[in-house]
Design a binder for this molecule. Structure first.
Ligand SMILES: [Zn+2]
Length: 410
């Protein structure tokens, strides 16, 4: 349990007088708590010592502290005190990284006759137990190719703060782990990548996520001419967050991004606004942190995850209940926005811009932050490195979910 600054009910259009009142309330209110997931990690090396040779079996290594920080980003958004069992596996046999889960409960039968299974981590959260973990030893499994990780990703030196600039020619490891953990929480399943039944459920069972996705056009994965139909996630919370059923990555066999099919967001055509989401199937850009968006979260709320109500605290731009350097980083990125800004952009006074007034509110609230003593309002020139564009793009990041997918029979 974590004690937080809990202030509920602030409106978008707050008067300055009202704002001052809120600032006075920015003191810890003892006894007010909220739940957050915990994690029980099991680091499992390969026979050649891919983890050990890099020091990654040490719990204080940046590899492990970055993974913990990534999972905490999710954990703070899920209202549960359960502990998720996470295997972190060294695997040179995969191209990059992957995330998967064991099945928890049988939920029912789909119209096509397939059994629908609940993701094990969700079953644990809802019932306190995951039968899949009893069989396979984990709720979620994250797999990493150590060579790829070492060469491709940037390890955040302050993973709890996330304020250092991401190295411009590398991907942010925490973002990648967050993405893989999203697969591990349930965004994986049992659709086929094979020509004969491309896009169909491959066998007699499916994941809950599978059961919430469908194809447009004639309702089959492929149109009569053989081209892929659009694919959507149908959950109502996600649809409300996006404005319509959420486009899922689905391209023809052998096409660019085909490995991202079924279990990622966005068509990657640049038209749906989802190509910057955490669970996008388009790219994890170098030099950037990838946000956990409302649509990302909604995919899991629609599956039944109890989502934490995030209190709105002026200055807590990332909504994690703390006012710290991570919020300052968001303010820096948003600094100079003149209209339409929201809290995540660094708007603390709800006037829809991001300026020095917002910084001062952050500074007032961040009394626990080591940055306060030295902080002043940076000029735009000093923060330009945060906002400049991306030179390189690398593609997402994992084994196809089916290969790591654990059905009820293994
Ligand atoms: Zn992925």
């Amino acid at each position: 349990m974590k004690r937080i600054l809990r202030i509920i009910g602030i409106g978008r259009k707050q008067s300055l007088t009202g704002l001052a009142a809120w600032l006075i309330l920015l003191i810890p209110l003892t006894g007010l708590t909220y739940s957050a997931l915990s994690f029980n990690f099991q680091y499992i090396d390969d026979p050649t010592g891919g983890f050990a040779s890099r020091g990654w079996l040490n719990s204080s290594s940046l590899f492990q502290t970055n993974i913990l920080a990534a999972l905490n980003e999710w954990g703070e958004r899920i209202d549960s005190n359960e502990t998720i069992v996470v295997d972190v596996v060294s695997d040179f046999g995969i191209a990059r990284a992957g995330g998967t889960f064991t099945f928890g409960r049988f939920l029912g039968t789909a119209p096509g006759g397939e059994a629908i299974w609940e993701p094990g981590p969700l079953t644990r959260i809802l019932t306190g137990n995951n039968p899949g973990e009893s069989s396979f030893g984990f709720d979620v499994k994250l797999s990493f190719n150590p060579t790829f990780v070492e060469n491709t990703y940037w390890f955040d030196p302050q993973p709890e703060l996330r304020i250092d600039p991401v190295q411009s020619n590398k991907g942010d490891l925490i973002s990648v782990v967050m993405h893989e953990f999203g697969h591990g929480l349930g965004m994986a399943g049992n659709r086929s990548f094979s020509a004969g039944n491309y896009g169909q459920i491959n066998g007699s069972f499916m994941s809950l996520y599978d059961s919430l996705t469908y194809f447009g056009g004639n309702g089959n994965p492929l149109a009569p001419g053989g081209s892929p139909n659009p694919m959507f996630f149908s959950g109502p919370v996600a649809a409300a967050a996006h404005g319509s059923d959420v486009p899922v990555t689905f391209v023809a066999q052998g096409a660019f991004l085909a490995s991202q099919n079924f279990y990622h967001l966005s068509t990657c055509q640049g038209t749906d606004g989802l190509d910057g989401s955490l669970m996008n199937g388009c790219a994890i850009p170098n030099g950037e942190r990838i946000p956990l968006t409302d649509v990302d979260l909604a995919i899991f709320e629609d599956q039944g995850y109890p989502m934490a109500a995030v209190p709105i605290i002026p200055g807590d731009f990332n909504g994690d209940g703390l006012i710290n350097g991570a919020d300052l980083a968001l303010w820096e990125i948003g600094y100079g926005t003149t209209s339409g800004a929201v809290a995540m952009d660094g708007d603390a006074d709800f006037d829809e811009d991001v300026d020095g007034a917002d910084f001062l509110i952050w500074q007032e609230g961040s009394t626990a932050s080591p940055f306060v003593a030295a902080a002043s309002v940076p000029e735009p020139s000093t923060i330009a490195h945060v906002a400049i564009g991306i030179a390189c793009v690398q593609f997402c990041c994992h084994v196809s979910p089916r290969t790591g997918f654990r059905g009820p029979n293994g």
